[in-house]
Ligand binder design. Structure first.
Ligand SMILES: O=C(O)CCC(=O)C(=O)O
Ligand SMILES: [Fe+2]
Length: 246
């Protein structure tokens, strides 16, 4: 059965208004999205459209450079997981071809869950992002909404809430025939912050599913798992835990 879900588009000006009732209304919508799908979009945030246009312009200009120029920023030249990653550099979904993309920073396009705390994603105007609907076991699209940020939660957020909030499986399939650009920002907070089950997310201590872990330790482990061994796909690091991918 195809999914009938869609990602809510939430008017963030309610939150920015300072009016308590409107802020609560916005927070309720966000909470609901976090509990049910781990994805939502926000519009009317206060990030200027001109800045968003400029970053796409810069991104397009960068990717249009000759390969040898881009390779000067090769990600493997530093140990911070920052830099350019060549086309076909990643293979996230097991038994598939390597992902057809090149990315600056960290980018994954096969089915995956983000492993950090929260991701803000600025989609360009080319569709392709899809989220897993576990109830009907099918994908639903997150259509580009001009100027909107897609917000999704990662595994560490899920862990923080004792699995109440969802870090959902998503993928990108670009069927348009056009190049697709997206700008993603993974936010994990302070490295020394210890992520420990939020008290309201459990009624007694025994219900806590995960041991406390510092952001730094968790994230560094995940990067090591995912990228540490060149050419080896390690299924437990990125492979979705919910759907079984054929
Ligand atoms: O490009 C997209 O729409 C999604 C990218 C993504 O899922 C990621 O960077 O984790
Ligand atoms: Fe992602």
């Amino acid at each position: 059965m195809p999914s009938s879900k869609s990602t809510p588009v939430i008017d963030f000006s309610d939150f920015l208004s300072g009016d308590e009732q409107r802020m609560q209304y916005c927070a309720d919508k966000i909470r609901d999205a976090c509990l049910t799908q781990g994805f939502f979009q926000i519009v009317n945030h206060d990030i200027p459209a001109s800045l968003q246009k400029d970053i796409f312009k810069a991104s397009k200009a960068f990717f249009a450079l000759p390969l040898e120029e881009k390779m000067k920023l090769d990600k493997s030249l530093n140990k911070y997981n920052r830099g350019y990653e060549v086309m076909h550099g990643q293979m996230i979904e097991a038994n598939t071809r390597p992902d057809l993309k090149e990315g600056y920073y960290i980018s994954r396009m096969g089915a995956h869950r983000d492993f950090g705390v929260i991701t803000l994603l600025l989609q360009g105007d080319v569709a392709g992002l899809e989220v897993w609907d576990d109830e009907v076991r099918d994908w639903y699209p997150v259509p580009p909404v001009e100027g909107a940020y897609v917000v999704n939660l990662g595994n560490l957020f899920e862990q923080w809430t004792n699995d109440k909030y969802i870090s959902n499986v998503h993928r990108v399939i670009n069927r348009s025939g056009e190049e697709r650009y997206s700008i993603s920002f993974n936010y994990n907070g302070n490295p020394d912050f210890v992520v420990k089950c939020i008290e309201k997310c459990r009624s007694k201590p025994e219900e806590e599913k995960y041991a406390p872990v510092s952001v730094e330790y968790y994230v560094v482990q995940k990067y090591k798992d995912a990228y540490g061994r060149v050419g080896i796909y390690k299924s437990e690091s990125f492979a979705p835990q919910r759907p079984t991918l054929a």
